[in-house]
Ligand binder design. Structure first.
Ligand code: FUC
Length: 794
């Protein structure tokens, strides 16, 4: 008995020794500056960002806040503050006629505090609140701003440390009422009355009715509202404290009808006036005490943000974000910036994608443009998927819900597109009786989706369904598998199977195929069976077959898929030792641009899984492509390279491309540039950081698979591996000193272990857990739901 107690207490002490210690308390992350963002106005002379006007100060200097429905950019100015508001559903015709986001409203606060002292503006990533503080003429002024998801409202509180010091004019405008095209033009009126301003109007193209309401609630002083031919204003004089509330809405409803209806004017119900909805949002916020509103916002935000810690830096420099970035560019590469960017990525995803909102678009939920670059929409040949690459591994699965809701709404039209596509490209395979599955092309928005077009083949849809499978694998949520992932995979497989044509040697090739945006002799190159398309057919089939097994399904269709998957021959190695992008390519870049930003033929290693460590020759060929392709590319394209280098386990090369991205593509507000600003780079590298620290796509968990020298000491907690295992790890000089796994769903947990190590696994009760050896360097053990396990030796 005594011996037994001794063993247990030894094991427990092992748990509480260095091996179980983790730095659970999070650092405070701020994006901050000691000067306001400049606001010099947009430059109408440039249109190279595919939208206009360009506004560099908005794009690179202002700080973004959002709740998925709407976003604001704040400048923190003390002369005239600018609060620019975007709402995801407010669209004009946009570029390409797809419909695109357009600036909702501009709100200005005219303070005329021209010489502030001790100025600081700071976006706190831990609570999603933006603060401004400064001293002016002996008075200490503070402001705090947040965008609440639970209340769907913007709140801004203005305070001063002395009574009667808050005097300013609030000016609200409907921007871009005159636009490049009649159909893009807003009509609308601003009306100030009592303590509020209403901005309301219509955009003809999709018949979008819109409304914003602003309410100013002050303590002390006087308030006056007035309408002039220069706009609607509220003047506050000598108040002690002021809270400004802003709510927005449109008549948009995410519904299949929006996508099925081809007449743009009939997509929405023009009879719906958002007035009542917006009034009720604002009234609720005003009625709720400000502190309660803020507490509800912080609680909601932290329920997501607070799940993960990650520390890569041993010291935290006390520098403005701008100086941190400048230092980094000069080569003083403290990994703190790399750490901060990861957390900023999580912040951006939480702020731009929540249940009930549209998905995170190309610019998240932020646009100051009349016509947003590339519409601000959901580009499906990589960009929108990249936005969600880190959603599961960084413990933010809820942010993926809008992607599923959006898919469910566009599905009937995507089914019609599948039929149309087959009528055009492979009528033999068209079924008139049964359904032909569904498909999606590159261009998509809140109002339309498309079929695969001239520059990205049918694999584009497989790129989309990959996320559905990932959502299941990371959460093991069988209800989601049954109701959402399986039907999506089955419908996509149905369509893809009809795009295949037998070649002379029996291989099944996508008949009308492209590798996204690759050109030959200045024309988009169309061929048969690109690696991108073949690869995504393989991934989709493979995921469908795995799902069918779990759900115990069988059918003649599944049998067909089982036969077809063997005949895809997706990966070919060329004469340069490269993964071929095109079957007819011999040497690298015989066809297509050698430095193209897209590395679509490497999708089978990331986000796909076909190329993995069980095929070292293929992995080597991936690396060869990356070396030949180089890193001189656009923002998101660097992010893809980073993830692929993580999968090839080339730690230093993964880190090098991340560092290059930070040096060349990152702005002082930490938004990143394609250019122009696109959020995919931010979110793709956020996923890349996790991919360097934890991988789980081969049926086992591998810790620190691509750890660069720069991160030789660090820790994380709350990252998620497939199987729904939540993991905490601390490492020193590259060696793991602590590893805890919470088996959220239970099940078998497998780990790759270093050679020659002794493994000890202890559960939360201090009991030793047996494990078995699956194969060389892979161990596995049984877990119970919600139980924690401490593992020594990984
Ligand atoms: C893809 C890219 C472009 C751009 C666009 C929004 O088509 O090839 O570079 O990022 O999406």
């Amino acid at each position: 008995m005594k011996i037994k107690i001794l063993v247990v207490s030894c094991l427990l002490s092992l748990c509480s020794s260095a091996f179980s210690q983790n730095n659970a308390k999070s650092r405070i992350y701020e994006v901050w500056d000691n000067q306001p963002a400049p606001n010099r106005g947009g430059d109408y002379s440039k249109s190279k960002a595919h939208g206009f006007p360009i506004d560099q100060d908005w794009e690179q200097e202002s700080y973004p806040l959002g709740n998925g429905y709407m976003g604001i950019n704040v400048f923190g100015r003390t002369d005239v503050e600018r609060i620019q508001i975007t709402e995801k559903t407010l669209a004009n015709e946009g570029l390409y006629g797809l419909g695109g986001m357009t600036n909702f409203a501009e709100v200005y606060l005219e303070f005329n505090h021209l010489t502030p002292k001790n100025y600081k503006r700071s976006l706190n990533l831990n609570n999603g609140v933006f603060n401004v503080s400064y001293n002016y003429k002996g008075v200490q002024y503070t402001r705090e701003y947040f965008v609440s998801y639970p209340n769907n409202v913007i709140a801004i509180k203005l305070s001063a440390n002395k009574k009667k010091q808050l005097s300013f004019v609030l000016d609200a405008e409907i921007p871009h009422k005159r636009s490049i095209k009649e159909t893009n033009t807003k009509t609308g009126i601003a009306t100030a009355q009592d303590n509020g301003i209403i901005l309301s109007g219509n955009i003809a193209h999709f018949n979008v009715n819109y409304e914003a309401q602003i309410k100013v609630v002050q303590k002390g002083g006087e308030l006056q509202s007035y309408n002039t031919n220069k706009g609607s204003k509220i003047k506050v004089n000598a108040a002690d404290e002021v809270v400004i509330y802003i709510a927005t809405g449109t008549n948009y409803k995410l519904d299949s009808k929006v996508f099925l209806e081809s007449n743009p004017h009939k997509k929405l119900n023009g009879a719906i006036d958002p007035h009542n909805k917006v009034s009720s949002l604002i009234q609720k916020a005003v009625d709720m005490n400000y502190d309660a509103l803020k507490a509800a916002h912080i609680k909601d935000y932290q329920s997501l943000f607070g799940r993960v810690n990650l520390e890569l830096a041993t010291t935290v420099p006390n520098l403005t974000t701008r100086a941190l970035l400048e230092n980094y560019k000069k080569g003083n590469a403290n990994p703190y910036l790399e750490e901060l960017m990861f957390h900023f990525g999580r912040y951006l995803l939480i702020s731009s994608s929540r249940k009930g909102t549209l998905p995170c678009g190309l610019q998240g939920v932020w646009s100051q443009y009349a016509v947003t670059p590339f519409t601000g929409g959901f580009w499906h040949n990589i960009n929108v998927q990249m936005n969600y690459w880190g959603a599961f591994s960084a413990n933010l699965k809820e942010t993926f819900t809008p992607y599923v809701e959006y898919y469910q709404a566009y599905l009937p039209s995507a089914q019609a597109f599948a039929t149309k596509y087959l009528q055009k490209h492979n009528p033999k395979a068209l079924s008139l009786k049964e359904n032909n599955g569904w498909t999606i092309g590159t261009g998509a928005s809140a109002y339309t989706t498309s079929a695969p077009g001239g520059h990205s083949g049918p694999g584009t849809g497989g790129f989309t369904t990959k996320l559905f499978w990932d959502r299941f694998e990371f959460t093991r949520d069988t209800t989601f598998l049954k109701t959402a992932a399986y039907p999506a995979l089955k419908g996509m497989s149905t369509f893809l199977s009809k795009t295949l044509e037998p070649a002379a040697d029996g291989t099944l090739l996508v008949g009308h195929s492209a590798s996204p945006e690759q050109k030959h002799h200045q024309e988009h190159y169309i061929t048969k069976g690109t690696t991108f398309d073949q690869g995504f057919v393989w991934e989709t089939y493979n995921d469908l077959l795995k799902s069918a097994k779990i759900l115990e399904k069988s059918s003649p269709f599944l049998d067909t898929i089982k036969q077809q998957i063997k005949k895809l021959d997706p990966i070919l190695i060329g004469a340069s030792g490269q993964i071929k992008e095109f079957r007819e390519e011999n040497f690298y870049s015989d066809i297509g641009s050698p430095q193209h930003r897209h590395i679509s033929h490497l999708c089978p290693i990331y986000p796909g899984t076909l190329i993995n460590s069980s095929k070292p020759t293929w992995v080597q060929a991936v690396s060869t492509v990356l070396d030949l392709r180089g890193n001189n590319t656009t923002g998101w394209a660097m992010a893809h390279r980073m993830n692929v280098r993580a999968r090839t386990k080339e730690a230093e090369k993964a880190h090098a491309v991340y560092a290059k991205f930070l040096k060349e593509r990152t702005c002082p507000n930490l938004w990143t540039l394609h250019p122009p600003f696109q959020i995919d780079g931010n979110l793709g590298t956020m996923a890349g950081v996790v991919e360097m620290l934890v991988q789980s796509h081969e049926g086992f968990i591998e810790l620190l698979p691509a750890l660069p020298k720069a991160w030789s000491t660090g820790s994380f907690s709350g990252l998620v591996a497939r199987g729904n295992f939540e993991i905490d790890v601390t490492w020193k000089k590259g060696k793991i000193t602590h590893c805890k796994v919470v088996a959220k769903n239970g099940g078998v947990c497998a780990f790759k272990i270093p050679k020659g190590t002794t493994i000890v696994i202890i559960n939360g009760n201090g009991k030793k857990v047996p494990y078995s050896i699956r194969s060389k360097q892979i161990i596995e053990f049984k877990t119970s739901p919600s139980e924690k396990y401490y593992i020594k030796g990984v």
